[in-house]
Design a protein around this ligand. Structure first.
Ligand code: HSE
Length: 310
Protein backbone atom coordinates (compact mmCIF):
# COMPACT_ATOMS: atom_id res chain seq x y z
CA UNK A 1 0.00 0.00 0.00
CA UNK A 2 1.33 3.43 -0.92
CA UNK A 3 1.83 5.80 2.02
CA UNK A 4 0.76 9.45 1.71
CA UNK A 5 3.42 11.88 2.92
CA UNK A 6 1.78 14.31 5.37
CA UNK A 7 3.54 17.63 5.60
CA UNK A 8 3.71 18.99 9.13
CA UNK A 9 2.12 22.35 9.52
CA UNK A 10 0.08 24.65 11.67
CA UNK A 11 -3.53 25.75 11.43
CA UNK A 12 -4.72 29.13 12.59
CA UNK A 13 -8.36 29.76 13.43
CA UNK A 14 -8.75 33.46 12.65
CA UNK A 15 -12.05 35.01 13.78
CA UNK A 16 -14.37 37.35 11.93
CA UNK A 17 -14.27 40.92 13.23
CA UNK A 18 -16.38 44.05 13.31
CA UNK A 19 -14.33 47.07 12.24
CA UNK A 20 -15.09 50.70 13.08
CA UNK A 21 -17.44 49.75 15.99
CA UNK A 22 -19.69 52.82 15.76
CA UNK A 23 -17.54 55.98 15.96
CA UNK A 24 -14.11 54.31 15.65
CA UNK A 25 -13.64 54.45 11.87
CA UNK A 26 -10.40 52.68 10.89
CA UNK A 27 -9.38 52.43 14.58
CA UNK A 28 -11.61 50.13 16.62
CA UNK A 29 -12.23 46.42 16.11
CA UNK A 30 -14.13 43.65 17.90
CA UNK A 31 -13.44 39.93 17.51
CA UNK A 32 -16.46 37.67 17.00
CA UNK A 33 -17.15 34.15 18.21
CA UNK A 34 -18.66 31.42 15.98
CA UNK A 35 -17.39 32.69 12.62
CA UNK A 36 -13.80 32.21 11.45
CA UNK A 37 -11.42 31.26 8.65
CA UNK A 38 -9.08 28.32 9.12
CA UNK A 39 -5.68 28.78 7.50
CA UNK A 40 -3.25 25.87 7.37
CA UNK A 41 0.36 26.57 6.46
CA UNK A 42 3.06 23.95 5.91
CA UNK A 43 6.61 24.03 4.60
CA UNK A 44 7.32 23.21 0.95
CA UNK A 45 10.46 23.44 -1.18
CA UNK A 46 9.86 26.91 -2.58
CA UNK A 47 7.33 29.63 -3.40
CA UNK A 48 3.77 29.98 -2.11
CA UNK A 49 1.12 27.54 -3.25
CA UNK A 50 -2.51 28.22 -2.28
CA UNK A 51 -5.68 26.15 -2.29
CA UNK A 52 -9.02 27.44 -1.05
CA UNK A 53 -12.44 26.08 -0.13
CA UNK A 54 -14.14 28.67 -2.35
CA UNK A 55 -13.40 30.46 -5.61
CA UNK A 56 -10.65 33.03 -4.88
CA UNK A 57 -7.63 34.41 -6.74
CA UNK A 58 -4.96 31.82 -6.01
CA UNK A 59 -1.96 33.73 -7.38
CA UNK A 60 -0.05 34.50 -4.14
CA UNK A 61 0.50 38.18 -4.99
CA UNK A 62 -3.26 38.69 -5.44
CA UNK A 63 -4.30 36.73 -2.36
CA UNK A 64 -4.52 38.22 1.13
CA UNK A 65 -2.96 35.08 2.62
CA UNK A 66 -0.35 34.68 -0.11
CA UNK A 67 1.22 38.12 -0.42
CA UNK A 68 2.49 38.37 3.18
CA UNK A 69 4.12 34.95 2.87
CA UNK A 70 5.87 35.99 -0.37
CA UNK A 71 7.24 39.01 1.53
CA UNK A 72 8.40 36.84 4.45
CA UNK A 73 10.25 34.52 2.06
CA UNK A 74 11.95 37.50 0.44
CA UNK A 75 12.71 39.49 3.62
CA UNK A 76 14.26 36.52 5.42
CA UNK A 77 15.80 35.03 2.30
CA UNK A 78 14.20 31.66 3.13
CA UNK A 79 15.40 28.57 1.31
CA UNK A 80 11.91 27.05 1.50
CA UNK A 81 8.34 28.08 0.75
CA UNK A 82 4.81 27.66 2.13
CA UNK A 83 1.74 25.72 1.15
CA UNK A 84 -1.47 27.45 2.27
CA UNK A 85 -4.89 25.77 2.59
CA UNK A 86 -7.63 28.31 3.17
CA UNK A 87 -10.96 27.20 4.58
CA UNK A 88 -13.17 30.25 4.35
CA UNK A 89 -15.83 30.40 7.03
CA UNK A 90 -16.24 34.17 6.76
CA UNK A 91 -18.30 35.46 3.82
CA UNK A 92 -16.45 37.59 1.26
CA UNK A 93 -16.94 41.36 0.93
CA UNK A 94 -19.35 41.22 3.84
CA UNK A 95 -17.86 43.70 6.31
CA UNK A 96 -16.87 40.87 8.64
CA UNK A 97 -13.09 41.09 8.28
CA UNK A 98 -12.70 38.08 5.97
CA UNK A 99 -9.62 39.42 4.18
CA UNK A 100 -7.95 40.35 7.47
CA UNK A 101 -8.71 36.89 8.89
CA UNK A 102 -7.10 35.08 5.96
CA UNK A 103 -4.09 37.34 6.17
CA UNK A 104 -3.69 37.08 9.97
CA UNK A 105 -4.26 33.32 9.80
CA UNK A 106 -1.56 32.86 7.16
CA UNK A 107 0.96 35.05 8.97
CA UNK A 108 0.44 33.42 12.38
CA UNK A 109 0.49 29.87 11.01
CA UNK A 110 3.63 30.68 8.95
CA UNK A 111 5.19 32.21 12.08
CA UNK A 112 4.70 28.91 13.88
CA UNK A 113 6.40 27.09 10.98
CA UNK A 114 9.26 29.63 11.15
CA UNK A 115 9.58 29.23 14.93
CA UNK A 116 10.25 25.52 14.36
CA UNK A 117 13.10 26.65 12.07
CA UNK A 118 14.50 28.88 14.83
CA UNK A 119 13.17 32.16 13.43
CA UNK A 120 10.83 34.15 15.71
CA UNK A 121 8.71 36.96 14.24
CA UNK A 122 7.80 39.70 16.72
CA UNK A 123 4.17 40.71 17.23
CA UNK A 124 4.87 43.95 15.41
CA UNK A 125 6.40 42.11 12.42
CA UNK A 126 3.36 39.81 12.31
CA UNK A 127 1.06 42.81 12.38
CA UNK A 128 2.97 44.51 9.55
CA UNK A 129 2.83 41.41 7.32
CA UNK A 130 -0.87 40.92 8.05
CA UNK A 131 -1.51 44.55 7.08
CA UNK A 132 0.27 43.90 3.77
CA UNK A 133 -2.25 41.11 3.17
CA UNK A 134 -5.24 43.26 4.15
CA UNK A 135 -4.09 45.93 1.69
CA UNK A 136 -4.36 43.42 -1.19
CA UNK A 137 -8.12 43.34 -0.67
CA UNK A 138 -8.97 46.81 0.50
CA UNK A 139 -6.23 48.94 -1.06
CA UNK A 140 -5.43 50.45 2.33
CA UNK A 141 -3.36 49.44 5.39
CA UNK A 142 -6.02 50.17 8.01
CA UNK A 143 -5.53 47.83 10.97
CA UNK A 144 -8.91 47.77 12.72
CA UNK A 145 -9.89 44.27 11.52
CA UNK A 146 -6.34 42.91 11.59
CA UNK A 147 -5.62 43.96 15.19
CA UNK A 148 -8.93 42.63 16.54
CA UNK A 149 -8.45 39.34 14.70
CA UNK A 150 -4.90 38.91 15.95
CA UNK A 151 -5.37 40.03 19.56
CA UNK A 152 -9.06 39.29 20.17
CA UNK A 153 -11.42 41.31 22.34
CA UNK A 154 -11.86 45.00 21.64
CA UNK A 155 -8.83 46.70 20.12
CA UNK A 156 -7.72 50.09 18.91
CA UNK A 157 -5.08 50.21 16.19
CA UNK A 158 -3.11 53.43 16.58
CA UNK A 159 -0.54 54.45 14.04
CA UNK A 160 1.16 57.43 12.58
CA UNK A 161 4.38 57.97 10.64
CA UNK A 162 6.66 56.71 13.41
CA UNK A 163 4.24 55.28 15.91
CA UNK A 164 2.26 52.07 16.07
CA UNK A 165 0.45 50.46 18.97
CA UNK A 166 -2.46 48.09 19.47
CA UNK A 167 -4.55 48.89 22.54
CA UNK A 168 -6.39 46.06 24.23
CA UNK A 169 -9.53 47.76 25.56
CA UNK A 170 -12.23 46.50 27.90
CA UNK A 171 -15.70 46.04 26.41
CA UNK A 172 -18.98 45.58 28.26
CA UNK A 173 -20.45 42.09 28.25
CA UNK A 174 -23.00 42.22 25.44
CA UNK A 175 -24.28 40.22 22.47
CA UNK A 176 -23.79 41.12 18.82
CA UNK A 177 -26.55 40.35 16.34
CA UNK A 178 -25.16 40.47 12.81
CA UNK A 179 -27.40 40.65 9.76
CA UNK A 180 -25.43 39.59 6.69
CA UNK A 181 -27.30 40.44 3.44
CA UNK A 182 -26.64 38.15 0.51
CA UNK A 183 -24.89 40.71 -1.64
CA UNK A 184 -21.31 41.93 -1.60
CA UNK A 185 -19.92 45.42 -1.08
CA UNK A 186 -16.26 45.79 -2.03
CA UNK A 187 -14.29 47.60 0.68
CA UNK A 188 -12.60 49.67 -2.05
CA UNK A 189 -16.03 50.86 -3.24
CA UNK A 190 -17.28 51.58 0.26
CA UNK A 191 -14.15 53.61 1.02
CA UNK A 192 -14.17 55.32 -2.36
CA UNK A 193 -17.49 57.08 -1.69
CA UNK A 194 -16.35 58.69 1.58
CA UNK A 195 -15.77 62.43 1.73
CA UNK A 196 -12.21 63.26 2.73
CA UNK A 197 -13.24 66.32 4.76
CA UNK A 198 -15.23 66.29 7.97
CA UNK A 199 -17.43 68.96 9.44
CA UNK A 200 -15.96 70.40 12.67
CA UNK A 201 -19.12 70.09 14.75
CA UNK A 202 -19.68 66.56 13.45
CA UNK A 203 -16.12 65.63 14.39
CA UNK A 204 -16.59 66.87 17.97
CA UNK A 205 -19.85 64.94 18.35
CA UNK A 206 -18.22 61.82 16.92
CA UNK A 207 -15.26 62.10 19.32
CA UNK A 208 -17.68 62.30 22.24
CA UNK A 209 -19.20 59.00 21.11
CA UNK A 210 -15.78 57.41 20.78
CA UNK A 211 -14.82 58.39 24.33
CA UNK A 212 -18.17 57.25 25.70
CA UNK A 213 -17.73 53.85 24.03
CA UNK A 214 -14.27 53.43 25.56
CA UNK A 215 -15.68 54.27 29.01
CA UNK A 216 -18.85 52.19 28.66
CA UNK A 217 -17.41 49.10 30.38
CA UNK A 218 -17.36 51.16 33.59
CA UNK A 219 -20.66 52.87 32.98
CA UNK A 220 -22.95 50.84 30.65
CA UNK A 221 -25.49 53.68 30.69
CA UNK A 222 -23.11 55.45 28.30
CA UNK A 223 -23.84 52.84 25.60
CA UNK A 224 -27.06 54.40 24.36
CA UNK A 225 -25.15 57.65 23.70
CA UNK A 226 -21.96 55.92 22.52
CA UNK A 227 -23.42 53.52 19.96
CA UNK A 228 -23.72 55.95 17.08
CA UNK A 229 -21.61 56.71 14.04
CA UNK A 230 -22.43 60.23 12.90
CA UNK A 231 -19.77 60.55 10.20
CA UNK A 232 -19.33 57.38 8.16
CA UNK A 233 -22.64 55.53 8.41
CA UNK A 234 -24.70 58.36 6.83
CA UNK A 235 -22.38 58.28 3.81
CA UNK A 236 -22.58 54.51 3.36
CA UNK A 237 -26.05 53.46 4.46
CA UNK A 238 -27.53 53.93 0.95
CA UNK A 239 -25.42 50.93 -0.14
CA UNK A 240 -27.69 48.75 2.04
CA UNK A 241 -31.36 48.80 0.98
CA UNK A 242 -33.76 49.31 3.93
CA UNK A 243 -30.90 50.12 6.31
CA UNK A 244 -32.97 52.86 8.00
CA UNK A 245 -36.01 50.60 8.47
CA UNK A 246 -33.94 47.75 9.93
CA UNK A 247 -32.15 50.18 12.23
CA UNK A 248 -35.48 51.56 13.47
CA UNK A 249 -36.87 48.08 14.15
CA UNK A 250 -33.72 47.03 16.02
CA UNK A 251 -33.73 50.19 18.11
CA UNK A 252 -37.48 49.94 18.87
CA UNK A 253 -36.88 46.38 20.11
CA UNK A 254 -34.17 47.44 22.52
CA UNK A 255 -30.84 47.38 20.62
CA UNK A 256 -28.22 49.49 22.37
CA UNK A 257 -27.08 50.63 18.96
CA UNK A 258 -27.27 49.72 15.28
CA UNK A 259 -24.65 50.36 12.65
CA UNK A 260 -22.76 49.02 9.65
CA UNK A 261 -20.16 46.37 10.44
CA UNK A 262 -16.89 47.49 8.85
CA UNK A 263 -17.38 48.57 5.25
CA UNK A 264 -20.71 46.68 5.05
CA UNK A 265 -23.10 45.33 4.00
CA UNK A 266 -23.37 43.36 7.28
CA UNK A 267 -25.24 45.28 9.97
CA UNK A 268 -24.60 45.12 13.70
CA UNK A 269 -27.21 45.39 16.43
CA UNK A 270 -25.50 45.57 19.81
CA UNK A 271 -27.74 43.97 22.42
CA UNK A 272 -27.73 43.54 26.19
CA UNK A 273 -28.56 39.83 26.09
CA UNK A 274 -29.06 36.90 23.74
CA UNK A 275 -32.82 36.99 24.47
CA UNK A 276 -32.92 40.61 23.28
CA UNK A 277 -30.89 39.71 20.17
CA UNK A 278 -33.36 36.86 19.41
CA UNK A 279 -36.27 39.24 19.80
CA UNK A 280 -34.71 41.80 17.44
CA UNK A 281 -33.87 39.10 14.93
CA UNK A 282 -37.54 37.93 14.92
CA UNK A 283 -38.77 41.48 14.42
CA UNK A 284 -36.40 41.97 11.45
CA UNK A 285 -37.59 38.65 9.98
CA UNK A 286 -41.10 40.15 9.81
CA UNK A 287 -39.88 42.90 7.44
CA UNK A 288 -40.41 42.45 3.73
CA UNK A 289 -36.79 42.91 2.59
CA UNK A 290 -35.78 42.73 -1.06
CA UNK A 291 -32.82 40.44 -0.25
CA UNK A 292 -32.15 37.33 1.76
CA UNK A 293 -29.67 37.37 4.63
CA UNK A 294 -27.96 35.25 7.30
CA UNK A 295 -28.01 36.01 10.98
CA UNK A 296 -25.02 35.47 13.28
CA UNK A 297 -24.78 35.97 17.01
CA UNK A 298 -21.69 36.48 19.08
CA UNK A 299 -20.98 36.98 22.73
CA UNK A 300 -18.75 40.00 23.24
CA UNK A 301 -15.92 40.32 23.97
CA UNK A 302 -14.53 37.23 22.28
CA UNK A 303 -11.09 35.72 21.71
CA UNK A 304 -8.64 36.28 18.88
CA UNK A 305 -6.69 34.01 16.53
CA UNK A 306 -5.67 30.57 17.85
CA UNK A 307 -2.90 28.33 16.51
CA UNK A 308 -2.72 24.56 16.64
CA UNK A 309 -0.30 22.06 15.20
CA UNK A 310 -1.62 20.02 12.30
N1 HSE B 1 -12.35 50.57 8.54
C1 HSE B 1 -12.57 49.94 7.28
C2 HSE B 1 -13.68 50.67 6.54
C3 HSE B 1 -12.96 48.51 7.51
O1 HSE B 1 -14.72 50.90 7.14
O2 HSE B 1 -13.48 50.98 5.37
C4 HSE B 1 -13.11 47.72 6.26
O3 HSE B 1 -11.94 47.09 5.90
Amino acid sequence: MQKMAIKLGYTCRAPATIANVFAGFDILGLALANLADEVRVSKIDSGVSISASIDLPLQPEKNTAGLPLLKIIEDFNLDFGFEVNLTKGIPLSAGLGGSAASSVGAVLAASAVLADEGLELSRSQQLAYALDGEAVASGSRHGDNVAACMYGGFTAYLHDDEFERVLDLPFPTTTALLIHPHFEVETKTSRGILRSEVDLNGMVRQQMRLLALIESHRDPELLSFACRDLLIEPQRSHLIPAFGTISEVATEHGALGFTISGAGPTMLALCNTQAEADNISSAIADLDLSYSYDVFFSDLPSSGAQIRRG
